[in-house]
Design a protein around this ligand. Structure first.
Ligand SMILES: Cc1cc2nc3c(=O)[nH]c(=O)nc-3n(C[C@H](O)[C@H](O)[C@H](O)COP(=O)(O)OP(=O)(O)OC[C@H]3O[C@@H](n4cnc5c(N)ncnc54)[C@H](O)[C@@H]3O)c2cc1C
Ligand code: FES
Ligand code: FES
Length: 1328
């Protein structure tokens, strides 16, 4: 093999030549660290989030065509890029040169918040436009399917991208052939668009046109190289790995003979994650390049032959022109666009993943594999033996897969594909299936039958015996019944099966077959209506896809008063000030800071046991690895190994007794990230397990394992009230936790300044003062030596407060010995494991009510799973209690709450802070009361709501006028009554699909229970050129607080926003700032900025009045000349706030945000899938400071809440190990989950208050509104159950996943499955 050690490719048009490339290097770290192109972000490292999306362009010298496709840089080995052109977000456009229309539009349509996902979004759309300058909406949503955003809720991103579509005004509906532009859709009034009081949030007229001729061309040099250079195998040799890239089939076979164990890496989407996450290592990798035979597409009379090297995206394109509907269906939902473009057909088949979507279909479709080796060609069937890797049916060591033959289906032969995942798109299937039947010459007698399932065994499983036994039987109900029983018998899943959801999986096995049965019956009917009578209309719904119109939405807000000065920005939809920089990748996050001289990397070693004594820690092997500098243990912390923010000190490193999996034990410090992480895995810890191991809330209750005593709030006389009510109901609901899933993982960089023990700490934190305090304490220096700086945070949601502090306390400690800067960036999996999240809750309630629905007495108990340390758990319980009434006046109530101490990673603050759990418990109780009274939940809600002026349970006055107003407005804008009728009609006409409609009110009290915790400060400087610098204590984490602060300064100083700058947050400029959270960041800091500006203006007024026509430069100079200070601090002492838990009285909150949301969903009773069809939200947010940012907060929070209540599911092993440690296992909402219609409107501002310009804080309230989707699903499930005669109580826990939906829609299939005796097996996971 003639090796060429040089790797040549282009990045953004510039040639890169690597002479000594390490084959283990992926493109992402190469771009970020080596080329300093930090626009491409790390979000997960496993292809699941899209933050690292780049465009790859390849020139094919034979076809002379260039292929552009999106790819995940985190899974792209750079050795695979020889001859390719890489375009990153920096190559698309920049503020220094010219921004690209994609970048401009995403920013100006408010499609960025924290901005961390944005470069990836830009690259996905940019690549789409390179291939389709006027894409369809389907192409657009497809292109965004592999990109996650945790902030925006996607609607503004879709809106921005729609401006490139030809038909952007239309939903492009395919549902029943009706589109949103057609009159009278569903015979319901349309949502009113273009209200005069509601200007658009962006103006399309000012957008740059898309000009494809302006794009970067494919580098001619690479083209010439591809044409002219002799093609020969390239070999790249690294320290541990050798990469061989053969360019001919012959060379490939030679390499395979020489290294039979070496994998053939095509897309690296299977091998890559195994290396990264499962510890696989391959000393040699063979990666064929541009081998023509592997890209063959051959149409023969009996089928299609597809090269094993074709990407799944290419296969999808090819199949579009053929009639492979079933394969196409799966290719549409398999992974995201990036993975489909990288992954190869051959890699997919040969990997034989248990959840492979294509293998079950290819297996039932009688496909054959064309293999080649030095010995010659041979064909093997893609059958069960191949899939189970039976040696006689598998590839031999020297063999490669060249192509796949996919036969066409014959007359009277039918093939179908089924799958159900946690999320509709870009999620591995829980169960999938391929099914085929052949009837010979009609007659309806089964001649051949094949059924294969994925997700139910170690690989694809074929129900061969069942199929065999059904041959010769007619296609009728008896056959269906027999088939279901046979399948359940053959494809048996033990109760402990990996992946859990065992009963759901069993049900899916036969539900899918039932769908197949119906589908084939229906086709038979169309082919021969006389012989096959077919289905009743009502049952046809089993076959239809869930509602699938394209997205559209509206936002309605009040325009500013026409008398407001045009330059006054308050109340206007100003773009996020970093918006453009987010889209160009120029916005700098913590890990984008360049590597410093002598910088070290710190990686944590964490406990693998839930409760155990540490017997010994052996560091020797880790320390002996190259590049390892030190290992930080408890001793290195010099006696400062705990820090308490909430009363109970929390240990930083634990070396004696660990109390959860993921607890920090020690930290390895090395000269590179790779070495530190490698060494961390070599630290050997010996444990002695301890009892008890308490994981669930129920176990904690049994063991009385609580943090402190109960928290209690009582109002009226509950016990007396229970005596007079008509009915009493008792119930409970369990609610799972939630992962923050901020896109930027925990990041910090500690930089010693070299003198006086000074240190700068750059950190992604919501609470710089805390970081300063904790670092100062551990380094034993005064706080004035430690300065903490936060430019911006890539999402936080409450997760970058306490846990960040603990890690930040440890990170600088190696500096004491080595004097070096230290960086620590968590990987996604570590982050999810270590940092905890939203508290799981158990709510128990007893409600006393009258038959007309009035609730007179409520007795509620809350238990939260706090995990192993106190953190904010008691505070969460307290807030949950104070907010449990939500929008309702319960005349007699008793609320009690406990924070459970368990052996899980400690849970912490997450957007909404107890309210999303507490509110759900209350709403669930109301839903049950309504069912008992035979009333709609909405009626009972309205009946029990606060009306006008009233008193909360803690005796704070409340004016609920706007609450009622929101409710009524939401009823009206959503056409609730009409749609309720339409939903009922739909439900009566469809047996297997049901719709549900639900509306929930919101009363979100805003405040932090303490005046001191709400104080804020700002510092404003005016420079002699008239420019202004604003600093305040708030953190920019996506909510746009800096933009709002500049708006405030601009109004107060009456100067354009462009004249005001904000550099970031630092303990150096604003000391002792409170944590940024609790919806109050803009509120409080805005008042401080306003104060500073007013002080300055007061000082300058005499000067300005002397020269009213002067400029700010003139006034600043004049002030300077008169020795008037041009710098002022501003201060807000905090809202008056107090709460006395002894008396249960207080004034803990400053004001209430009111709102209401109405959601409509459709569910598939056979699979548990759901689709949110429409959501209408009405909010009373006072006078909005910036409607664009405020709509963004509401929508983003709503989608996050929707995820919380429906699909986001944390899974723990019975030993307390968190399984869900990345986007592949934990599903946050993706673009496909956004409601088809999303309408957000603000109540016209009616009340003035002493908040900042009478505005209200909005960061958190919207999360709770996501439960309107939960209750809409609840409504749909209830309808299904009623039709099936199940009229009793309905207990549905949160999240309401496909599993819970399916199992609640009980039918003959759920009755047919075998059930395991509880206690007879150890389940794979446990609800905590
Ligand atoms: C984020 C993500 C999401 C995903 N979602 C889905 C999903 O929803 N549904 C689904 O079904 N799958 C999903 N997958 C799996 C994906 O389909 C497979 O990883 C992919 O198809 C493998 O192809 P590859 O070219 O990347 O394989 P590689 O990783 O390059 O190789 C995989 C294996 O195949 C062997 N191999 C490759 N080509 C040949 C050949 N020509 N001859 C012999 N052996 C060969 C290699 O030796 C290696 O062992 C997902 C993967 C990721 C990373
Ligand atoms: S970082 Fe590459 S997909 Fe998440
Ligand atoms: S803006 Fe998308 S993750 Fe923050």
């Amino acid at each position: 093999m003639d090796g060429a050690a040089e790797l040549v490719f282009c990045v953004n048009g510039r040639k890169v030549i690597e002479k000594n490339v390490d084959p283990e290097t992926m493109l992402l770290p190469y771009l970020r660290k080596k080329l300093q192109l930090t626009g491409t972000k790390y979000g997960c490292g496993g292809g699941g989030c899209g933050a690292c999306t780049v465009m790859i362009s390849r020139y094919n010298p034979i076809t002379k065509r260039i292929r552009h496709y999106p790819a995940n840089a985190c899974l792209l080995p750079i050795c695979s890029l020889h001859g390719a052109a890489v375009t990153t977000v920096e190559g698309v456009g920049s503020t220094k040169a010219r921004i690209h229309p994609v970048q401009e539009r995403i920013a100006k349509c408010h499609g960025t918040q924290c901005g961390f996902c944005t470069p990836g979004m830009v690259m996905s759309i940019y690549t789409l436009l390179r291939n389709h300058p006027e894409p369809t909406l389907d192409q657009l949503t497809d292109a965004l399917g592999g990109n996650l955003c945790r902030c925006t809720g996607y609607r503004p991103i879709i809106d921005a991208c729609k401006t490139f579509c030809k038909t952007s005004g239309c939903c492009q509906s395919k549902e029943n052939g009706v589109c949103c532009l057609d009159q009278g859709i569903n015979e319901l009034p349309e949502f009113e668009e273009g209200n005069k009081t509601s200007p658009k949030l962006f103006s399309e007229e000012e957008f740059l046109p898309l000009d494809p001729t302006q794009e970067l061309i494919f580098p001619p040099e690479l083209m010439i190289m591809a044409e002219k250079q002799p093609q020969r195998t390239r070999v790249f040799v690294g320290d541990r790995m050798t990469w061989i890239s053969p360019v001919t089939l012959k060379e490939l076979l030679e390499a395979k003979v020489k290294y039979p164990q070496a994998p053939i890496v095509m897309g690296n989407t299977s091998v890559g994650p195994e290396v990264r996450f499962k510890g696989a290592f391959h000393p040699v990798i063979i990666s064929p390049e541009c081998i023509e035979e592997l890209s063959v597409v051959n149409h023969a009379d009996d089928g299609l032959t597809l090269g094993a090297g074709l990407s799944l995206a290419q296969v999808k394109e090819i199949l579009k022109t053929q009639t492979y509907h079933a394969l196409l269906k799966h290719l549409g939902t398999l992974a995201g666009c990036q993975i489909r473009n990288m992954a190869s057909l051959g890699g997919h088949i040969v990997s034989r993943h248990l959840d492979s979507d294509l293998n079950p279909l290819l297996a039932v479709g009688n496909c054959t594999l064309n293999l080649l080796s030095k010995e010659g060609e041979r064909q093997i069937p893609l059958n069960e033996q191949f899939l189970t890797k039976c040696p006689s049916a598998d590839l031999k060591p020297g063999e490669i897969l060249v192509s796949v033959n996919i036969p066409y289906s014959r007359k009277w032969e039918f093939v179908s594909a089924f799958r159900q995942a946690q999320r509709q798109q870009n999620a591995l299937a829980i169960v999938n299936s391929g099914m085929r039947v052949f009837f010979g010459e009609g007659g309806g007698i089964i001649r051949e039958l094949s059924i294969a399932y994925g997700g139910v065994g170690p690989t694809t499983i074929c129900a061969k015996n069942s199929c065999q036994k059904l041959i010769g039987r007619p296609w009728n109900e008896e056959m269906l019944d027999a088939a279901c029983r046979l399948i359940l018998d053959e494809v048996s899943l033990p109760g402990w099966a990996p992946g859990g959801k065992v009963e759901f999986k069993r049900t899916l096995l036969i539900s899918f077959f039932f769908k197949f049965y119906l589908k084939v019956s229906q086709i038979l009917k169309t082919m021969d209506p006389v012989r096959y009578p077919g289905l009743a209309d009502k049952y046809e719904s089993a076959l239809e896809d869930l509602h699938s119109r394209n997205h559209w939405g509206t936002s309605k807000y009040q325009d500013v008063d026409p008398k407001q000065l045009p330059q006054d920005p308050i109340g206007r939809p100003i773009m996020h000030l970093s918006g453009i920089k987010h889209t160009t990748g120029e916005a700098i996050y913590c890990d984008d800071m360049p590597v410093l001289d002598g910088e070290l990397f710190l990686a944590f070693v964490t406990s693998s046991r839930a409760h155990a004594e540490i017997v010994s820690i052996d560091l020797s092997e880790a320390l002996s690895l190259p590049g390892v500098v030190d290992i930080v243990t408890e001793e290195d912390l010099r006696g400062v190994n705990s820090f308490g923010l909430f009363g109970e000190p929390e240990k930083l490193l634990e070396t004696q007794e660990v109390s959860c999996v993921g607890q920090l034990v020690c930290a390895v410090v090395a000269d590179s990230e790779v070495q530190a992480k490698r060494a961390a895995k070599r630290v050997k810890i010996v444990y002695q397990d301890l009892e008890p191991v308490i994981l669930t809330i129920e176990e904690a209750i049994r063991h009385h394992s609580f943090f402190q005593g109960e928290r209690k709030l009582e109002y009226g006389n509950v016990d007396e009230a229970f005596k007079v009510v008509d009915q009493i109901l008792e119930g409970e609901i369990h609610m799972g936790g939630q992962e923050h899933f901020y896109m930027e993982t925990q990041s910090m960089l500690a930089v010693p300044k070299g003198e006086d023990q000074e240190m700068d700490v750059y950190v992604s934190s919501q609470f710089p003062k805390y970081i300063q305090d904790i670092v100062a304490a551990t380094l034993k220096v005064p706080a004035n030596k430690i300065m903490c700086h936060v430019k911006r945070v890539g999402g936080a949601f409450g997760g970058k407060v306490t846990k960040t502090g603990i890690m930040a306390a440890i990170t600088p400690s190696p500096h004491l010995l080595h004097g070096c800067p230290v960086r620590c960036i968590l990987e996604r999996g570590e982050d999810m494991l270590i940092t905890g999240g939203r508290h799981p809750y158990l709510g128990k309630y007893k409600a006393g009510f009258m038959n007309d629905g009035r609730i007179l007495a409520l007795d509620v108990e809350h238990y939260c799973n706090g995990g192993s340390t106190l953190d904010e758990s008691l505070f969460v319980i307290e807030i949950g209690l104070l907010k449990v009434d939500n929008a309702y006046k319960f005349p007699n109530l008793r609320f009690r709450g406990w924070a459970c101490r368990t052996n899980l990673p400690s849970n912490t603050a997450l957007r909404g802070f107890g309210f999303p759990q507490s509110g759900l418990i209350t709403e669930n109780c109301i839903t049950e009361v309504a069912a008992k009274c035979g009333l709609s939940p909405e009626k009972v809600r309205m009946m029990n709501m606060y009306k006008e002026i009233d008193q909360t349970p803690y005796k704070q006055e409340i004016d609920a006028t706007n609450l009622i107003q929101c409710w009524k407005e939401c009823m009206a804008t959503s056409s609730y009554s009409l749609r309720k009728v339409a939903v009922e009609k739909f439900n009566s006409e469809n047996y297997w699909k049901k719709k549900g409609l639900a509306m929930v009110p919101l009363k979100f009290p805003v405040g932090v229970l303490s005046t001191a915790a709400a104080q804020a400060a700002a510092l404003v400087h005016i420079y002699l050129d008239g420019s202004v610098l604003v600093t305040h204590g708030g953190i920019e984490m996506g909510q746009g607080v800096h933009t709002k602060m500049i708006q405030v300064a601009s109004r107060e100083l009456r100067m354009p926003m462009s004249n005001v700058h904000l550099r970031g947050t630092s303990t150096e400029t604003v000391p002792n700032a409170n944590v940024s959270g609790g919806s109050l960041v803009a509120d409080l800091n805005g008042l401080a900025v306003k104060d500073a500006c007013q002080t300055l203006l007061k000082r300058l007024e005499p000067i300005i009045s002397k020269n009213p026509k002067g400029t700010w430069k003139d006034w600043a100079q004049a002030a300077f000349d008169e020795s008037i200070s041009l710098s002022a601090t501003g201060y807000f002492r905090g809202y008056e706030s107090h709460m006395n838990w002894e008396t249960g009285e207080g004034h803990p909150f400053e004001y209430f945000v009111f709102g209401a949301a109405c959601s409509e969903v459709e569910i598939d009773c056979l699979t548990g899938a759901h689709k949110n069809i429409r959501t209408d939200i009405v909010m009373d947010i006072g006078h909005s400071i910036n409607p664009a940012l405020d709509v963004g907060q509401i929508e983003g929070a709503f989608i996050q809440g929707m995820g919380l209540y429906t699909i986001e599911e944390l899974k723990y092993s019975p030993q307390g190990v968190l399984y869900t440690r990345g986007p592949d296992q934990y599903k946050i909402p993706a673009v496909s989950d956004v409601p088809t219609e999303l309408h957000v409107s603000f109540l016209p501002p009616s009340q003035n208050s002493n908040t900042l310009y009478s505005s209200k804080g909005l960061g958190e309230p919207g999360v709770f509104l996501g439960c309107s989707v939960f209750f809409a699903i609840h409504d749909a499930v209830r309808a299904a159950r009623q039709e099936r005669g199940l009229l009793g109580p309905l207990k549905l826990d949160s999240p309401l996943t496909p599993e819970k939906i399916r199992m609640a829609c009980e039918d003959k299939f759920t009755k047919m499955i075998p059930r395991d005796e509880p206690g007879s097996y150890v389940p794979w996971n446990i609800p905590v």
